[in-house]
Design a protein around this ligand. Structure first.
Ligand code: PBG
Length: 325
């Protein structure tokens, strides 16, 4: 026998030497919920180990993340006031605006990305403003641009629109440019599917739509070419990073997108993925830590270069220990 694949599996040193996928702490982004008007932190029932942070508690978590080697966060706001037009999303003293300013002042080395969307801020829970029961595309664009600008003015390093309205990347790019923020990158949730994997997030943020669903703006999970179209449009409109979301059930999409576009690709392992791992781990049905590692590596192996995950801190630890990497 001339060919024996087992020769390069003999011990940990050679197995590490021949690895085809490398992971690095610098590519991890931790999604974090900050709540308005409360101190301390509240555990999210369907996401054990994840919290809604008050502005004080947020700082302790940021310190922990930096110590673990996670140097980027994605912020989601939970406002105390919601209305039809989601006005707290673009208020100068809104929760995200305050959180960003506070975080950048205390931890300038933390790279702060903000999620730009209306659904946490609208009374109806949709990602845009309504015209009757229709989520109106074009009138939402201005509100998104105002929101993005207010985040950047507060000090955000990058904005990440997740609303899935057509044309939002272009509108946000123009608005940022016209206000002097030509160097601020946009990470577009370009390839975002209408997914039940977002369930626990909506509980965390109180952002479930009060009627209907998001299928008229988020994508049908049967499609992959449509995702490429979204990615290419956003590239034309000035996106700097393209995100695929969710991650675990969409590895084929990550592969296609990463092969076909000339931009960095991020993948978001969403709340439902986290909840499933935690639930099965608690029941003793799976080895939680091993599953976290395998899910992460498979996402990179599929072609993602950036990984958004609620397990960012744990993964940084596993990379440090050499369990993966
Ligand atoms: C806001 C937004 C959502 C998520 C990220 N940004 C929810 C949604 O689209 O309903 C989901 C993240 C997760 O499930 O972890 N539009």
């Amino acid at each position: 026998m001339l060919k024996r694949p087992r020769r390069i599996r003999g011990n940990e040193t050679i197995r590490r030497m021949v690895r085809e996928t490398r992971v690095d702490k610098s590519s991890l982004i931790y999604p974090m919920f900050v709540m308005e008007g409360k101190e301390g932190k509240e555990e999210i029932p369907s996401m054990p180990g994840q919290y809604r942070y008050g502005l004080d508690a947020m700082n302790f978590m940021v310190e922990d993340l930096l110590k673990a080697g996670v140097s980027s966060v994605m912020l989601f706001g939970i406002p105390s006031h919601k209305d039809e037009l989601g006005s707290s999303a673009y208020a100068e003293d809104g929760i995200i605006q305050k959180a960003v300013a506070g975080m950048k002042e205390r931890f300038p080395e933390m790279y702060v990305i903000t999620d730009v969307c209306m659904c946490e801020y609208t009374s109806h829970g949709h990602c845009g403003c309504l015209n009757g029961n229709y989520v109106d595309n074009d009138s939402t664009l201005d509100l998104l641009a105002k929101t993005a600008l207010s985040h950047v003015q507060a000090g955000a390093d990058m904005v990440a629109p997740s609303d899935m309205m057509d044309g939002r990347i272009g509108t946000i790019r123009t608005t940022l440019d016209n206000n002097g923020f030509v160097e601020t990158p946009i990470m577009s949730y370009a390839v975002k599917y209408a997914s039940s994997f977002y369930g626990p997030f909506r509980e965390a943020a109180g952002s479930a739509p009060s009627f209907g669903d998001r299928k008229s703006y988020q994508m049908d999970f049967h499609n992959i070419k449509e995702g490429l179209k979204e990615a290419f449009l956003d590239i034309e409109e000035g996106a700097d990073i393209i995100m695929v979301k969710p991650a675990l059930s969409y590895l084929d999409v990550i592969r296609r997108v990463s092969e076909e576009i000339p931009l960095p690709v991020a993948a978001y392992s969403v709340s439902g993925e986290y909840a499933m791992v935690k639930a099965a781990g608690k029941l003793g049905y799976i080895e939680e830590d091993n599953i976290i590692c395998e899910m992460a590596v498979s996402t990179y192996r599929a072609g993602a270069g950036i990984y958004l995950t609620y397990f960012a801190k744990e993964l940084a630890g596993f990379i440090q220990e050499g369990r993966i990497g």
